[in-house]
Design a protein around this ligand. Sequence first.
Ligand code: NDP
Length: 397
Amino acid sequence: MGRVLVIGAGGVSTVAVKKMAMNAGVFTDILIATRTKRKADKIAEEIKNVKVQTAQVNADNAGELVTLFHSFKPDLVVNLALPYQDLSIMDACLAYGVSYLDTANYEPLDEAKYEYSWQWAYRERFEKAGLTAILGCGFDPGVTGVFTAYAAKHHFDAIEYLDIVDCNAGDHHKAFATNFNPEINIREITQRGKYFEDGQWKETDPLSVHRPLDYPHIGPKESYLMYHEELESLVKNFPTVKRARFWMTFGQEYLTHLRVIQNIGMSRIDPVTFNGIEIIPIQFLKAVLPDPGDLGGNYTGETSIGCRIRGLKDGKEQTCYIYNNCSHEAAYEETGAQAVSYTTGVPAMTGAKLFMEGVWKKPGVWNTEEFDPDPFMKELNRQGLPWHELFNVNIEL
Ligand code: NDP
């Protein structure tokens, strides 16, 4: 049916491309373009049923990307590189005339600042060009937006309280490792906390608000309030929301390592001079930490991510908890990657599939909750991320 160009060849790309190959009727030609070509070659070698080409590209350079787009002629560009490349890739998509999908909002390299303003500013240009841009189509952001839209469509007249809960109860048997790109992950977790209440954003010290939350099949896990980018689009797209928060679980061992990393300056994102050259400490740290893509083999346990929602239906208050649990072992068996890469790569492929099929296709720049959630929810069940709903249970909000 169509040609897809995937940028990046890390853990998320590995899963997304393998799942594209499992939907070969939709993704007939695939090109993986990335900075280190041998990583793309490794993914391509493992796929036998679809033609997968590879290329080297610097995605910070829009001109290089446009040249590549002219030679491959993609119907969709899926950005699974890093958030720093979002704008150069969107520029290249506009210059060539191709639609776009990503899983994380743009971040400037020199400031860990999370907001959609930079990418939303492309709305009119994508609209005028008749191109679709789907932003944040991983699990969180991504599926969490779809879950919220699904709840709003089917279960509530007004959503008032939204808590997104993200638990990783897996064990990778390493002293310290991050589950996706360490630089992006540590920047996100060490920022100040922020949540939305009564029309305002309220800030907290990093990871200072926490409580045990009960997760299905897992039990209670200490969960920390932090800012996550989908809160910004969700409170805008669901204006009845009075409070929106995001919680993520961390183990004590992880937090201790993180504190030490911060205290010794290794999470700094400003340049320091070392042996006469400038290095960014957090980038150096990434080079010595375990590669998240290699964690899968020994990873046990599961993730549980969902939306806990309270609101009104027919004048009465009700609650709804929509979630997915994903096993690290099962994800590894199917794709050779752990569940955090899996829960991001499957939704990225799913959004791309719905675009290719013309189901999630409309000119402009959109967050996932702005599309019809029903076809996406059906696909999640088919593509390896089955979801469940609980009503009016104690969801500790
Ligand atoms: P990785 O670091 O494993 O992979 C990133 C890939 O992008 C690497 O192959 C890297 O190349 C490539 N890359 C980086 N810079 C460039 C560049 N300038 N030009 C070309 N290629 C480049 O990351 P992950 O796979 O863990 O994560 C991918 C994305 O998914 C990130 O944006 C992350 O924030 C997002 N994510 C989203 C989640 C969600 O639920 N929405 C959850 C988890 C992740 P090289 O191999 O040379 O380093």
